[in-house]
Design a binder for this molecule. Structure first.
Ligand SMILES: NC(=O)c1ccc[n+]([C@@H]2O[C@H](COP(=O)([O-])OP(=O)(O)OC[C@H]3O[C@@H](n4cnc5c(N)ncnc54)[C@H](OP(=O)(O)O)[C@@H]3O)[C@@H](O)[C@H]2O)c1
Length: 369
């Protein structure tokens, strides 16, 4: 495992464990046996940063991590990062209530890296008005959090503002070869790094979409080059301290741990970078809707399965395969299809990408229904 240094001097593994996509049982609950095995393996190979949030796995992720990290001294081997969800904060007192619940669930006396979750301009204003900054100051003074940061899903102007508004130790941004000009993007990464923030990257494979079943044109480019589909491209940036990967299988954990053992900044060869550049062009040409499947938009009040609607729509256009229309009909049926949308807009407020979801659902209806 390779390590890089945070602004505060902490030495952090370049692979961080993203706990948003732990293996699941058929009923959607965390597959605790598999998840514990994966996390223990990663820690045994030197991963020392685990990223979770109040909302992951239906609100059960923190308690699960608390349980497994309390065994065999694992807690002392890792930095825990977790997040305060602005959309669950209705009044000032909610912030400390949520924080105390998190400490209890995680079975810990302090959080190493505490983030205000999925900020954009609007949620940042709300959290500032509610006094999140004095609260972070107080938690830092009391040693209940060791570092304060934020994760971000807004536009670049809001990103600059948030970076400038506080003495953050770190920020967490979505960054992968398709998102260099999206949200914070490359400009945001450089800006935050210049301002002295350490950079944590999330969604390095765009939620897995850059790895699984690529379109034929992309597959051909990869097989001709022999390059593997891993988060390696992101590690090429010296500004990035750790790359969070949500790993749903043991093989993915093993592969990413292996790649993290030799991915130094600037270590990607010119030839490899050319491959990524070719692949990027093809994806940009073929992708219709920029949904990453993070599911923050759910639950929809009328039960539209928004990420699945977009996944099938994009799949249909990327792979030119009618099976995606069949999936749409068979898996979503009349209970979760796009035409149920009543245009309430709740999903738009929650979408980290600020996608105009009701408008996009209309496109799905037009082509799929
Ligand atoms: N703060 C925020 O607002 C926010 C938002 C999103 C994510 N996050 C955090 O950031 C973490 C990382 O984001 P992410 O989970 O979206 O990361 P990601 O790496 O872009 O996507 C994870 C998915 O990539 C696939 N994958 C991973 N390694 C692979 C490999 N070696 N080969 C093939 N496929 C591989 C898996 O897909 P399959 O499951 O399909 O196999 C996995 O579920 C999350 O887990 C979460 O902790 C935070």
């Amino acid at each position: 495992m390779l390590y890089r240094k945070m602004k505060n001097g902490d030495v952090i593994s370049i692979l961080g464990y993203g706990a948003m996509r732990l293996p699941q049982l058929k009923n959607g609950e965390i597959d605790e046996i598999k998840a514990e095995k994966h996390i223990r393996y990663a820690i045994s190979k030197g991963v020392n940063y685990i990223d979770t949030a109040k909302i992951y796995h239906g609100g059960k992720c923190e308690a699960f991590l608390g349980k497994i990290l309390s065994r065999d001294g694992l807690r002392n081997k890792v930095n825990i990062a977790t997040k305060l969800p602005p959309w669950q904060v209705k009044e000032k007192s909610d912030m400390m209530r949520i924080f105390n619940e998190q400490l209890k669930d995680l079975q810990t006396g302090y959080i190493d890296y505490y983030l205000v979750h999925a900020l954009d301009g609007k949620s940042w204003k709300k959290m500032k008005d509610l006094g999140v900054l004095p609260m972070l100051d107080k938690l830092l003074r009391e040693g209940k959090i060791k570092n304060a940061g934020f994760s971000f899903h807004g536009n670049i102007e809001h990103f600059y503002q948030i970076v400038d508004d506080y003495d953050w130790t770190f920020c967490q941004i979505q960054f992968n070869f398709l998102d260099t000009e999206y949200q914070a993007g490359l400009k945001g990464l450089k800006y935050a790094a210049e301002k002295g923030l350490s950079i944590i990257v999330m969604e390095p494979l765009r939620g897995g979409r850059l790895a699984q079943n690529p379109p034929d044109e992309v597959k051909d480019i990869y097989s001709a080059s022999g390059l593997e589909r891993t988060p390696a491209w992101v590690w090429n940036f010296p500004e990035v301290v750790t790359v969070l990967s949500g790993m749903s299988t043991y093989e993915q954990v093993r592969q990413n741990v292996k790649t993290a053992s030799d991915s130094k900044p600037g270590s990607m060869a010119k030839k490899e970078l050319e491959v990524i550049s070719k692949v990027t062009k093809v994806y940009k040409k073929l992708t219709k809707i920029g949904c990453t499947g993070c599911m923050y938009c759910l639950p929809c009040p009328v039960n539209v399965a928004i990420p699945s609607c977009f996944e099938y729509y994009n799949g249909f256009h990327l792979y030119k395969d009618d099976k995606f229309k069949t999936f749409y009909k068979n898996f979503l049926g009349d209970k979760a299809k796009a035409s149920l949308c009543v245009n309430c807009g709740q999903c738009v407020e929650k979408c980290p990408q600020s996608l105009p979801i009701p408008e996009l659902l209309k496109k799905v209806v037009k082509e799929f229904e």
